[in-house]
Ligand binder design. Sequence first.
Ligand SMILES: [Zn+2]
Length: 298
Amino acid sequence: MSYFEILGNKYHPGHLQELLAVERGIKPAMRFSISEAQKPLLEMLKKESQKSGMFFIVKNYGEIHKFGSRKNADYLIYAAKSERLAKKLYQYEKAGDIRKVGESLGYPECCVDFYIDFLHSLPVKDGSCIKTFINTKSKPHFHANNIFNFQSRASGSFEKVKMLNSLNASKSYSRYFLISHIPCSYDCSESVAIGRELLKVIKAELPNFADEIVSALNRPFLLFDDFNWIAFNGAAKNKSTIEYEGIFPVRSLYPDDAFKNGNKVVVQKDEIQILTNDEITCRIKKKDEHDGVIIDFT
Ligand SMILES: [Zn+2]
């Protein structure tokens, strides 16, 4: 049985590309959580991993994290191609050494620095995505698009992650990502390189899944914060205008009804305008400059 058959849609398939990344040497290690009910999954993964020489270390979730919801996270699994690496990752996490955890997971140094800075500046009302956007100096790359991977931004926002999961219960959209870390910018060359490598592997193993991921990430977004965005079926005409035929069916916490009836969105200095056939049908007041920014990942 392959990883894909084991993980399928039943479990969190976001683990799939991570496991492939570790197995193929794109990342040195990974960690994920499972519930008591999912423990048989681990046994199956262990068997499958013998072929590729992967090691799994299993720890009680409560041993590492004393906060947050533990409803679906009874165990933390540390996986790597060597037992030493998996153990190291666990030890760094237990010691709360965020830099070493990031390094062990193969995150680019620039992105680890960015994340540590971000943690020091908490609470940040917009979350990390707007900060990543502000750092982006050239064209955003879809390989570094982490917007759907909202699980990775759970820290302190468990309720919002839970809400997003229930809004999108019919399909696990949070699996649409090519990098599992928070990028320092949407044009971070090291993040893009990791995303490209992983996409190659997924394309070879699971071409349909690769197409699904690219189609989800490679589009224009209107982003308000980590949990509020609209993803469009359309094209950004410039830095402030998107023309669209519809909305990509991933619900964020942002109410999208007004957008469904329009076909153009224009971001002005202090408001966002939704237009239908060039007539303004809705105006949304902006609270500040970054309350609604266009990120064109096409
Ligand atoms: Zn970076």
